[in-house]
Design a protein around this ligand. Structure first.
Ligand SMILES: [Zn+2]
Length: 305
């Protein structure tokens, strides 16, 4: 198993790392330009498979120059510290707000455990501290030149405050991280992802608007793969995010998590064939927890009359 070329462009490749044992969920991208960049590093469980895929592609791990993480959640940045051991010259590009947590992941791991619960956090793996001299802080507008490809980083809060989206200025494709939700190809499911502790609906909607305004040619989802009709996908997400938030706000206390889960599943996942119901429900549960935390924060932030 290795990286396969995307139809968009000669130097952009996708590897299905089979995150959480599921086909078509964890996308690792490779841009094989003069300099070689990998976008997203999976969980710590995925690192060995990524290294294998790099070798099967005909590169040595030491050939990789840059590891770009869309944000610091464990399923995006967890593999980075482990990959670096073999990728002797690579540096990790990360949002400036997330950098210190990759250098010392203690608090990040504790917060992930709390947000995910014991069973789910096992699947998300762990992290290895990354030495400061191998981390590059990225902020809005920064660019990474690879040769023909230039990556432009965009501050894209909402899913998390340390979320980046990344525009390839050559292909006009946009790496969306988790900023534009989840895409399940084949079943053509588009689903919000709103995790605790820091999901912010207003910011996420602004980020979606911004992605749309840039008129990308395709969206490259971290979960999972290319979507060739960005306007259609973003329009659907602009409806789904507030709709999900409303269901959780209106029904969680009165009807309970299981019925909310079923309602959200019916809203977004009826077409599921390729993806098991149980797998999709796990993703939805993450968002129920995150949306509940968001609403609670909003209530506490409301002005006192
Ligand atoms: Zn993710």
């Amino acid at each position: 198993m290795t990286f396969a070329r995307l139809p968009i462009e000669e130097e952009t490749y996708l590897f299905d790392v089979r995150m959480f044992g599921q086909e078509g969920f964890g996308a690792i991208y490779l841009i094989a330009d003069d300099r070689k960049a990998i976008i997203e590093t999976g969980t710590s469980w995925d690192a060995a498979r990524i290294l294998e895929a790099v070798r099967a592609f005909g590169l040595r791990p030491g050939d990789i120059d840059a590891l770009v993480v869309s944000h610091i959640h464990l399923d995006h940045a967890g593999g980075a510290g482990f990959l670096l051991e073999e990728m002797s010259r690579a540096r990790v590009y990360v949002h400036e707000r997330g950098l210190k947590h990759l250098a010392d992941p203690t608090r990040l791991l504790a917060s992930a455990r709390e947000a995910l619960g014991p069973e789910e956090s096992q699947a998300f793996g762990t992290m290895r501290p990354i030495p400061a001299d191998r981390l590059v802080a990225v902020k809005e507008g920064d660019r990474l030149e690879l040769g023909k490809h230039v990556l432009r980083f965009l501050d894209s809060p909402g899913h998390a405050p340390h979320e980046l989206t990344i525009l390839d200025e050559r292909t006009r494709c946009m790496y969306t991280g988790d900023a534009a939700g989840l895409y399940f190809p084949g079943d053509e499911i588009l689903m919000p992802i709103a995790p605790a502790p820091a999901f912010d609906l207003g910011q996420n909607l602004e980020t979606l608007q911004r992605i749309l305004a840039l008129e990308p040619k395709a969206l490259l989802f971290s979960h999972y793969g290319p979507h060739a009709n960005p306007k259609e996908a973003i329009d659907a997400m602009m409806i789904a995010y507030p709709a999900w938030a409303r269901v959780v706000k209106d029904s969680l206390a009165s009807r309970g998590p299981d019925r909310v889960l079923r309602q959200l599943y019916d809203m977004s996942c009826r077409a599921a064939k390729r993806y098991p119901r149980e797998f999709l429900e796990r993703r939805i549960r993450t968002s129920i927890t995150g949306l509940a935390a968001y609403h609670e924060r909003m209530e506490h932030a409301a002005p006192v009359r």
